[in-house]
Design a protein around this ligand. Structure first.
Ligand code: GLY
Length: 588
């Protein structure tokens, strides 16, 4: 026997025995990693999950997770902790944490009822469908991504005020204080945060002439260990602490936003846009998958519908038997993703403006029909797949966090400025970045946005409308009890990363942290390409898929920055935070 085959054979045997004899710590039982390729890996890192009894906060930054856990320990519930973490992230993780952005919160309370708040940005009243097109109807480069015209009306402050008013236990004032302290006293830069600030410096200087915001006072680049003090942001937070949502949407801060946004006639957000902004309670999507209930976000996020579609499309296939990242498993997952993203482009938009055929898209009959053109022997061609018949690469700068408290209330919250540091405009006298969320609209039918996503009329710009999102904050229930809290940043890859993270636990028996660590892949219909993290597929899987015509590309970037929580069989909690970032789970 050729040495290579002999080695591979031994490897299979050893990995098989190792996983059979020594289940990986915290595994729920049946996970096995069998590969014919010594270069293939299952995990980005071997980080272990955090196990705790009373509560866990899993977020993108250790300081934000510390804030959340302190609130839980002080008697706050998961909503209190979420509000405090949201504000803390605006200080410690300014590329995605925000006051000038928006997001979605999914809550499952201790009694099992679920709720969601849509605090997605809205198009300003002066917006219109062609606002990013030149006179020849061509897309004006960067107009929807950089500078003052790129921003929607922010929703985060209104969203937190709504959540707190209905579910908060601790005083609002107490929830804002940790963020104020972090802004006023400074936050020590991690290597990642310092590097990200250095990378955005050129745009910040160009778009905010004369600014000192986010520049190192020493004049040097930021380095790990430097202290970022944000006094103006601290003062804005104090106003919000004192006046609630009106501290942001009315009065001094609102005037500053309007003045800055309209500098040189660039932006269009008005005082009325701000005063009129409302966060919206929406019914969650609550759908079953095998014995589980998937509780997730309805439109204007596409995430919930797409996630349920993906899970139901692959439900008939024996993924567990085929194994994690085997060619058959990957093939059906890619083909499901291709069809779901085609539907996303055709049907989804703000339900306050367009009729979204939500029930049909998630129905088993409809989904069965979506498989009729599936051929095991060859890859489908995205050109031939369009949204069904119903009667990019992106920057990872959204952020997600998960909280479970000791009573069993759970919050899954994803929030964003869209691209890293949003429009790169920092409000003068406010010290916070504004979003560039307008790019999530379909600015021209068929033209890809910054994530390569295509859209259509359903997601065209209109005044007061919310742009379609991919954010997928999700909670999974098993036998009527809380089971898992999941979410991630990653633009268009959010949906597929959440899908894989859930399947890794439900089908492949991984622990929460293993599932977060697990290498991931992504397909979004167009471009017709499956991207995958380094070494996520074996040489055998790659060859079999390529032989069928699948286009595959190993990417340099990682996929997902998950922050998730799993309820273990004994009722304790396992936090899984992504080693791809500064993400940290803290429990008590
Ligand atoms: N801005 C990314 C998203 O909402 O999908």
């Amino acid at each position: 026997m050729h040495l290579r085959y002999l080695l591979s054979f031994c490897y299979i045997l050893i990995s098989g025995l190792a996983s059979a004899q020594k289940p990986v710590q915290e595994s729920t039982g049946f996970y096995q990693f069998l590969s014919d390729d010594p270069n293939q890996k299952a995990f980005f890192s071997d980080r272990k999950g955090v196990v705790a009894k009373n509560g866990i906060v899993a977020s993108a930054h250790p300081e934000a997770s510390k804030v959340g856990i302190a609130i839980l320990k002080a008697g706050g519930n998961a909503v209190d902790a979420a509000v405090a973490v949201q504000y803390a992230l605006a200080v410690v993780h300014p590329s995605a944490g925000n006051l000038g952005g928006g997001g979605f919160l999914v809550l499952r309370d201790k009694s099992g009822k679920s709720f969601s708040i849509d605090f997605r940005e809205k198009a300003p009243a002066k917006s219109h469908a062609d606002m990013y097109l030149d006179k020849d109807k061509n897309v004006i480069p960067d107009a929807s991504t950089l500078g003052r015209l790129a921003s929607g009306v922010p929703g985060s402050v209104a969203g937190m005020a709504e959540a707190h008013a209905k579910y908060g236990k601790l005083p609002w004032k107490q929830l804002l204080q940790p963020a104020i302290d972090l802004a006023m006293n400074g936050v020590i830069q991690t290597q990642r945060e310092a590097r990200a600030l250095n990378a955005v410096k050129k745009d910040v200087v160009r778009l905010n002439p004369g600014t000192k915001y986010f520049l190192n006072p020493t004049g040097k680049d930021w380095a790990e260990g430097d202290l970022l003090i944000q006094k103006d942001l601290g003062k804005v937070l104090k106003r919000i602490q004192k006046k609630g949502r009106d501290g942001f949407y009315k009065g001094k801060i609102a005037r500053r936003i309007v003045k800055d946004m309209n500098a040189n006639g660039e932006g269009i957000i008005s005082k009325k846009d701000l005063a009129d902004y409302n966060a919206q309670w929406r019914e969650t999507i609550s759908e079953t998958y095998k014995g589980y209930k998937i509780i997730t976000m309805a439109p204007p996020s596409s995430g919930g519908i797409a996630l349920v579609q993906l899970m139901r499309l692959t439900e008939p296939y024996p993924l567990r038997k085929w194994g994690w990242h085997s060619d058959s498993t990957v093939q059906v997952m890619i083909e499901a993703e291709r069809r779901v993203y085609a539907d996303r482009a055709k049907f989804l938009g703000d339900p306050d403006f367009v009729k979204v055929p939500q029930e049909t898209l998630m129905s088993k009959d409809y989904l069965a029909k979506r498989w009729t053109d599936f051929d095991w022997n060859k890859a489908s061609d995205s050109k031939n797949i369009s949204g069904g018949a119903v009667p990019g690469y992106e920057s990872l700068e959204t952020t997600h966090f998960s909280v479970v408290d000791k009573e069993g209330n759970a919050v899954s919250l994803t929030t964003t400025l869209n691209g890293g540091y949003g429009s790169r405009v920092v409000i003068k006298g406010g010290g916070f970045f504004m979003n560039n969320e307008m790019d999530d609209f379909s600015i021209k039918a068929g033209a890809p946005n910054m994530y390569g996503l295509i859209g259509n009329k359903a997601n065209a710009i209109a005044p007061g409308k919310r742009m379609l999102s991919s954010m997928t904050p999700t909670i999974v229930e098993k036998d009527g009890t809380l089971f898992m809290v999941v979410g991630t940043p990653g633009g268009s890859t959010i949906i597929t990363a959440v899908y894989q993270t859930i399947l890794n636990v439900l089908e492949h028996g991984m622990s929460m942290q293993q599932s977060v660590n697990a290498l991931k892949f992504h397909h979004q219909w167009l471009p017709d390409m499956t991207t995958f993290e380094a070494n996520a597929f074996s040489a055998g899987t790659i060859k079999k898929l390529q032989d069928k015509g699948f286009k595959l590309e190993q990417q340099r970037n990682t996929i997902g920055r998950m922050d998730c929580i799993l309820v273990l069989p004994d009722g304790t909690l396992e936090g899984g935070s992504d080693p791809r970032g500064d993400d940290t789970s803290i429990g008590y």
